[in-house]
Design a binder for this molecule. Sequence first.
Ligand code: HEM
Length: 300
Amino acid sequence: MTAQPGIFALGTSEHCYLELRLAPDADPAQLVASVAGHTESLSTTGGVNVVVGVRPELWPGLADSRPEDGTGMNTPVVGPDGFTMPATQRDVWIWVSGGSRTAVFDATAALTTALAQVATVESELDGWVYQQDRDLTGFVDGTENPSAFDAPEIVAPGGEGSVVLVQVWQHDSAGLAAMSIDAQEAMMGRTKADSVELAEEVMPPSAHVPRTTVTSVDGEELRILRRNTAYGTPSKHGTIFVGFSADRARLQLMLDRMAGAVDGVRDELTRVTTPLTGGYYYVPSLEGLASYAPIDDPED
Ligand code: HEM
């Protein structure tokens, strides 16, 4: 089995994300077939990467296995102080990425047209890369990501399906700018200029890094692959959080810990950025997708 390669594509500076709702009488298999068929015809030079995810509840009955804990984000995450991460689950998520804005625009527009019979686009958002590897908070984002060698086995063991969490967060950049650099670093758990993790003695439990560092019962770190990008304009902007994982549970645990729902400690980062959307999608293997768009046999 092979994970969808776009999950790991590097050097992509332009992104577009779609969230779609299936038409009432449409069969999810029709939609998956349209996306898979379209993806098959992409050029290898100057083309784009397409990753597709499906609401986990819609995948059973289609080909491929899925993580047993796969369900959409059907309820919001609420902390003890009322802080809320909204659940805005849709049926399908499509991520188009590439090196050229024109190519990403054209491919996404063509996909949207191809899918018009079976689904309605409910959300579309462009993502871009800020200062090579920084989030719009100014911090380096992705430092603790697994390497390109390790990532496939971490997020899609055996090449099987993966789970992605997608959330749009809007930053309060004026609020952040009003904080000293020391306070910002204590909020994140890393230095701002060069992304060095703070020493254990000075790391606050409410910093983002300890909130999102989670382990299994036998102490093994449960890792994910984050492919976040920046979105928006100078007055309204933030992070498109895109986190791939072998299971949903570790992502949900990170969200619960960020909201303070586990131990009452809320992530300081959530005081300067607000989640606007949230959904989980099952990201099937290539074989799972291809079974809906049989590849032409050249000998036929
Ligand atoms: C506005 C939203 C977010 C921003 C701006 C943000 C930014 C960052 C930054 C700057 C780091 C430190 C550098 C790095 O290792 O990449 C980090 C680490 C991390 N974040 Fe986030 N993050 C956000 C939301 C989330 C969410 C929602 C999750 C999980 C569901 C998450 C999971 C993680 C993980 C697992 C790490 C690595 C922790 C470690 O092992 O050191 N983040 N994030």
